[in-house]
Design a protein around this ligand. Sequence first.
Ligand SMILES: [Mg+2]
Length: 258
Amino acid sequence: MDATSLIDEVRADLDHALVAVDFDGTLAPIVPDPADSRPAPGALAALRKLAERGAQVAVITGRDARTVLELGRLDVIPGLIIEGLYGAEQWRDGALRTPPEPESMQRLRAELPVLLEAGDPVLWIEDKRLSLVVHGRRAPDPEAALDTVRDAVAALGETLGLDVHPGRGVIELRLPGYEKGGALRRLVDEVRPATVLFIGDDVGDLPAFEAVAQLRGNGTRAWSVAVVSAEVPEVAEVADVAVDGPAGVVALLEALSR
Ligand SMILES: [Mg+2]
């Protein structure tokens, strides 16, 4: 499918559409320190316009919902829903629904730093309360830096009953049972859209691409868009349309709302 056909399809049904987008690497360029992440120029305005035209806009992210809301200043988007921590929590109408922290996260918080002492010193830990992320993005070769601890991190995750997920220059340990495909399906059950668009850039978005394919198999008008990067070229192979970086996402969102 080409981007123009996708734009025409979604525009034709915008007021019954769910437009769900990932945050880092999709709306916002990947940066070495996640605290510096900001939406690409034009991204917020385009999402706001889509919402004003009647689309339900959602952000489905691995970050916690409140952080992404504040970093992105996303509260300017009318009716926005944020699925945070891969759907473990949801922010909607100004209220956050989030699960209590299990004991395994406290043990992880104590044991992960000890384990990292044996690895590349450039690695550091981001604490998202219900997940911890080992970051290699400050290293010249992030994957090589992560390789120094990869097996040990996987073993610790298994011991604690947590899911271990690789990402762009990161390894994440998180609560089991949450992934973006489940988050998207639940959103679809809540919102009941006639048309679904999901946009993402990383391996963590692959389950949502699969959910889109399933929805379409069940008769929903549903499409996926991959944001192509050198690190994760495989996302382009499973999505319906590929765009180039967050700037390509903004151009697509602007075309949808025009
Ligand atoms: Mg991403």
